[in-house]
Design a binder for this molecule. Structure first.
Ligand code: URP
Ligand code: ZN
Ligand code: ZN
Length: 516
């Protein structure tokens, strides 16, 4: 296993990604910053900049450097030193200036697979995302039985335009492809082709829940995605294996939340992940496997990628930082942590970290799937629901980046560049969000200014979503996004929200293309 900490620069011999003020070296490939600075200075504009972020360390996926960032009309227009006058200046001395987080897996204002509406609106979810250092979210436009996907995307777009405070894009959930009815399939093809022309090129399918597709339907969706150059995201768990285990547990009177994890057997993930990979290879269609949670899942992805399969994969914050014992808290408390796939074991966490280190898994998302811990959400089937009556999902948009910065950077697992890569740059790249995930001239002015030393202890109900509990209450993180800037506008500063709903000022539709 390559050890990030052991790699050093050829020139300065610093650990990869660390910036050395004396030598000016901060590049992963060992080149100095001198040449870079000269170029950057020449980018100075004659007109007054809207905003200059001064004196910070700018962190991108491939290098970090001491530089000022100039922003005008929502875009980065200058990067270097002495950028000149600006209408506004932010002093970032001692801070890391990083691209805003890009969270490409969340559920917002969505009717979930079991028919229940999420607790968050676009307003509350994106507010929460912004407080957590994110400037782009990709949520789901969910087709349900009988809906035309064109109408579904239109509806979700209207909700997002009304509420969103950061940029957004959608995965189109296809749950009713009607492969038997040629006319209906033709209508779906026409919709998907038109949406793809508009830039919506990420489809999402499930192999479990009521909205699951049959193998024949999945193949039809893959073929359709291939025609439009799309990417297919997949929730891959074998439904029948899970239902078999659920029934067995219920018959035995095993109804507590901890039996959720046992019923979602790791083999159900392994089976569906391997099957989806083979479908992808069969039709030469790129896929993104959502929320890999097991060692077997990581291994399947690694082997597939080694064969040259066009397979991307993510894991989520909670699989790295929680184990299944959270479901066994006293009473019904474990319901707060019920999500699918469920949290696993320490050995799985080790495999996930190794998978991230090696690049088998490319990104870490939140899978923010919010339900309140009351009769509107987790307890909608009563005060003591059986594990299979508890809606699946947890809030995660706001905590993802601070938890991961702490786990990756503050604890020395990876450098800040790799953190940016896995939480912002690669997600943007894989989903074709071209102006996101980097601080470079021409990119959107989406920036989070982090205090790498600030320590924060999470409380019971301190998030800015509409969920009412923090699954990580009691944990202390080191590293905090203090100022968040979206398209050049400061939307969060020192714990204050400065933006309103519907402030999104441009589109960032998915532009995913084959073989990214
Ligand atoms: O438990 C989860 N993750 N719920 C959200 C729906 C999904 O599985 O993606
Ligand atoms: Zn899922
Ligand atoms: Zn999800």
């Amino acid at each position: 296993m390559p050890d990030q900490r052991a790699r050093t620069h050829r020139r300065c011999r610093l650990p990869c990604g660390e910036f050395d003020r004396a030598s000016g070296c901060g590049r992963r490939d060992g080149r100095t910053l001198a040449a870079r600075s000269a170029n950057e200075r020449s980018l100075k504009l004659s007109t007054k900049l809207d905003l200059v972020i001064q004196g910070g360390i700018v962190v991108n996926a491939d290098h970090m450097q001491r530089a000022d960032v100039g922003i005008s009309e929502g875009r980065v227009v200058a990067l270097g030193e002495a950028l000149g006058d600006a209408k506004q200046t932010i002093d970032a001395a001692g801070r890391l200036v990083m691209p805003g987080g890009v969270d490409t897996h969340c559920h917002i204002e969505q009717v979930s697979g079991n028919g229940l509406l999420n607790a968050d609106t676009f307003e509350t979810a994106t507010r929460s995302a912004a407080f957590g250092g994110n400037t782009t979210v990709v949520s789901h436009a969910a087709q349900h039985k009988g809906n035309r996907v064109a109408a579904v995307v239109k509806d979700y777009s209207a909700l997002a335009a009304r509420g969103a405070m950061v940029d957004y894009a959608f995965h189109i959930i296809v749950s009713d492809p009607e492969v038997e009815a040629l006319e209906a399939l033709e209508a779906l093809e026409a919709d998907i082709a038109a949406l793809a022309t508009d830039g919506h090129r990420s489809l999402k399918i499930f192999t479990t829940y009521a909205i699951r597709l049959s193998d024949a339907q999945i193949l039809a969706v893959f073929a359709l995605a291939r025609k439009v150059g799309g990417l297919v995201c997949i929730h891959a768990e074998n439904h029948d294996m899970i239902q078999h285990a659920v029934r067995r547990n219920l018959v035995a009177g095993n109804v507590a939340p901890k039996f959720h994890a046992q019923s979602h057997t790791r083999l159900a993930e392994a089976e569906a992940v391997c099957r989806m990979i083979r479908f992808s290879e069969f039709l030469d269609q790129p896929i993104m496997l959502f929320h890999i949670s097991t060692r077997e899942g990581v291994e399947a992805v690694r082997e597939a990628r080694a064969r040259g399969a066009k397979v991307f994969a993510e894991t989520c914050t909670h699989y790295l930082l929680m184990t299944a014992d959270v479901l066994d808290r006293p009473g019904i408390e474990g319901a707060k942590f019920v999500c699918s796939p469920p949290q696993r074991e320490v050995a799985d966490q080790d495999a996930l970290w190794e998978g991230l280190t090696r690049g088998d898994l490319q990104i870490v998302t939140s899978d923010h799937a919010p339900f309140r811990f009351d009769e509107t959400g987790k307890l909608n089937k009563g005060k003591a629901p059986a594990f299979n009556e508890i809606p699946n999902g947890m809030p995660g948009l706001e905590v993802r980046l601070p938890l991961l910065f702490d786990a990756m950077v503050s604890r020395g697992r990876f450098d800040a560049c790799r953190f940016v890569q896995m939480t912002s740059s690669r997600p943007a790249q894989i989903f074709g969000l071209r102006d996101k995930g980097r601080i470079a001239v021409g990119a959107d002015g989406d920036i989070a200014i982090w205090n790498p030393k600030r320590q924060v202890r999470y409380g019971d109900n301190d998030l800015h979503d509409n969920v009412g509990y923090n699954p990580y209450a009691g944990r202390t993180v080191t590293g905090w996004p203090e100022i968040v800037i979206s398209r050049g506008e400061t939307i969060v500063a020192d714990g204050q929200l400065l933006a309103g709903p519907g402030r999104r000022i441009g589109s960032s539709w998915n532009l995913a293309s084959k073989g990214v």
